[in-house]
Design a protein around this ligand. Structure first.
Ligand SMILES: *[C@@H]1O[C@H](CO)[C@@H](O)[C@H](O)[C@H]1NC(C)=O
Length: 570
């Protein structure tokens, strides 16, 4: 088929050299006949009025501050979203649910896997690890539960609570986070692939007592000597290096630091450890989760401590931010293509697990990773990626949109988007699709792409035009979020149906949509920006609510709420 199209394209190019009045008329007729229905036929995906006023502003405002803006999901005067509304399986329907914590997320996954065997109707999501070019490993949920028990018990036996995780995205990363939740431990998520002196300093600064790390990622002797709080190391060893002896203790530390190896612990205790997870005793609270926010890769970071309450509020808000028909579901395959140490990525991944979607984990996930590489042997329906990755996908795809027919297809789809409709698969697009980005082993599966701007962390700006292009190139809806150190998940993100394309603002960030339902946002006067002036308010973006560490955070950047009540940088 594409061959025919290429030939046709060549013919058209040839014909264009002999362009005259009749060909113009003909072209116009063809255009009217083919393009008109595509552009004007269907209703927009959402009512234009809903895009014209996307958030609600509080009726009262404090001096020196803008009104407080909220998602339409949570009217002023009502509480913000605080949690997952977890109900026990046998609880009556009308009873109120708990906010829950991360344990409830894993329980939900385990319940799905369990009921599949038992034939009940809780759907089961898969957890996959993408290994190299060919291999995809499907993890048994029971085995993961068992590993959560083994690792949690092992760490607790050593009488430590502060557990640093220095791992790439992996099932061990998630298992350790859940083990911490079930065994009262406090995980510290250290961004992976940093210079070792930065990691050592972070371990020291966060008083890490246990370190779960990729074997060989850090020099053992330095870790032992420089991190004085450290008592236990657990190495996660890749299959290919398991013949080496990883049990060596660091020199010069006496017997202070013990060393274990993940797969040996699992092997030793597999038979004696149950898949049953500890129950939450009434009132017991899992310990805080510490994250690091880096201004740039390899820099020392800001240390932020989140409670489980912060995390579940953020997760619940992500789930409800999508309209019911677009939510993550068991038919989705979710791929985190950015690191779990970014809470936006972790929150979405946990939301996917809670929603019984399948999750594909790849260790190369990081800011800037090439999406076509990480999706060579899977076909995800939802991806969360860094702004770096989105920008390079745009760069890599855009210049090739040169042939006449491809340009035409690109043009019609862009027009459809401007008309408020996601272009659908039609006979025409099958004959002549615009140039598409090579994402996923089966084209056309991707339906949703989450991208995040990280405040003050040097992520490249994505313009409204680039986001629109990405919708055309990937055939997926794109959500652009504003994320910040002190806010679990995101501060605000664009509506899934907001395809509006604002042209001629190259180099500037597109707007960031509306606050998630677990936060509210206001703008506070600075020395240079006043909110009291007429027109749109401008001021320091200040976020409050259950998803914010400490309840309130000023982000140190100036923002504005536009006429449509979406948040943007000034
Ligand atoms: C958990 O973090 C919060 C701040 O986010 C802090 O107020 C609280 O004291 C911490 N809890 C513990 C047990 O350290």
């Amino acid at each position: 088929m594409s061959n025919i199209v290429e030939q046709l394209d060549a013919k058209i190019s040839a014909a264009l050299s002999g362009w005259n009045f009749y060909t113009t008329v003909l072209a116009l007729l063809v255009f009217a006949y083919i393009a008109y229905p595509i552009i004007f036929h269907d209703e927009p995906d959402t009512h234009p009025m809903l895009l014209a006023r996307q958030a609600s502003a509080s009726p009262v405002r404090q001096p020196g501050e803008s009104a407080v803006y909220r998602s339409l999901e949570v009217p002023h005067g009502y509480p913000l979203k605080t949690g997952l509304n977890v109900k026990e399986p046998d609880a009556p329907k009308w009873s109120g649910g708990r906010d829950g914590d991360l344990r409830d997320i894993w329980r939900q996954v385990a319940r799905g896997a369990h009921s599949e065997q038992g034939g009940s109707n809780v759907p089961a999501g898969k957890i996959l690890t993408v290994l190299g070019k060919e291999d995809v490993k499907d993890h048994d949920v029971g085995d993961v539960s068992r590993e959560i028990n083994i690792i949690g018990k092992h760490i607790r036996q050593h009488g430590v609570t502060r557990v640093a995780i220095y791992l790439p995205n992996s099932i061990e990363f998630l298992s350790t986070v859940f083990a911490c939740a079930f065994y009262g431990l406090s995980p510290i998520l250290i961004p992976y692939n940093q210079p070792s002196n930065v990691v050592l300093e972070l371990l020291q600064k966060t008083s890490a007592e246990c370190l779960v790390a990729a074997a060989g990622a850090l020099p053992l002797a330095d870790v032992g000597q420089r991190v004085s709080s450290l008592k236990e190391i657990v190495w996660v060893v890749e299959k290919s290096s398991r013949q080496m002896d990883w049990h060596q203790k660091p020199e010069g530390t006496g017997n202070r630091v013990g060393v274990s190896v993940w797969h040996d612990l699992v092997l030793d205790q597999k038979r004696t450890t149950s898949v049953e997870l500890p129950t939450s005793e009434q009132g017991s609270k899992p310990a805080n989760i510490t994250t690091i926010w880096q201004k740039k890769q390899g820099a020392m970071g800001e240390v932020i401590e989140f409670t489980h309450q912060n995390m579940v509020a953020a997760i619940a808000a992500q789930i409800s931010a999508l309209p019911a028909r677009q939510r993550m579901s068991p038919s989705d395959l979710f791929l985190p293509a950015d690191a779990f140490t970014h809470t936006y990525v972790l929150t979405l991944t946990l939301a996917a697990l809670f929603s019984h979607a399948s999750v594909a984990i790849t260790s190369v996930a990081s800011p800037g990773v090439d999406l076509s590489l990480v999706t060579r042997n899977i076909a995800p329906t939802i991806i969360v990626a860094s702004a770096e990755t989105a920008a390079s996908l745009h760069r890599a795809t855009h210049p090739t949109a040169t042939s006449g027919l491809k340009k035409f297809a690109y043009y019609t789809e862009t027009k459809a988007l401007a008309g408020g409709r996601m272009p659908t698969d039609t006979l025409l697009t099958r004959l002549n699709a615009p140039i598409r980005a090579a994402v996923g082993s089966t084209p056309g599966k991707l339906r949703l792409l989450f991208v995040s701007e990280r405040v003050g962390a040097g992520s490249p700006p994505l313009t409204s035009e680039q986001l629109s292009d990405l919708r055309v190139f990937t055939g997926a809806r794109v959500i652009y979020a504003l994320t910040a150190a002190q806010v679990a998940g995101a501060v605000s993100q664009t509506s899934i149906f907001d395809y509006r394309r604002e042209e001629g603002r190259s180099g500037t960030h597109s707007h960031f949509g509306v606050p998630l339902s677990s936060v509210e946002v206001k703008l506070v006067d600075t020395s240079t920006h006043r909110t009291t002036d007429k027109g749109n308010p401008e001021g320091e973006i200040t976020v409050l609510g259950p998803a914010v560490a400490g309840g309130k955070a000023a982000l140190g950047v100036t923002g504005t709420f536009r006429d449509d009540h979406t948040l943007a940088y000034v």
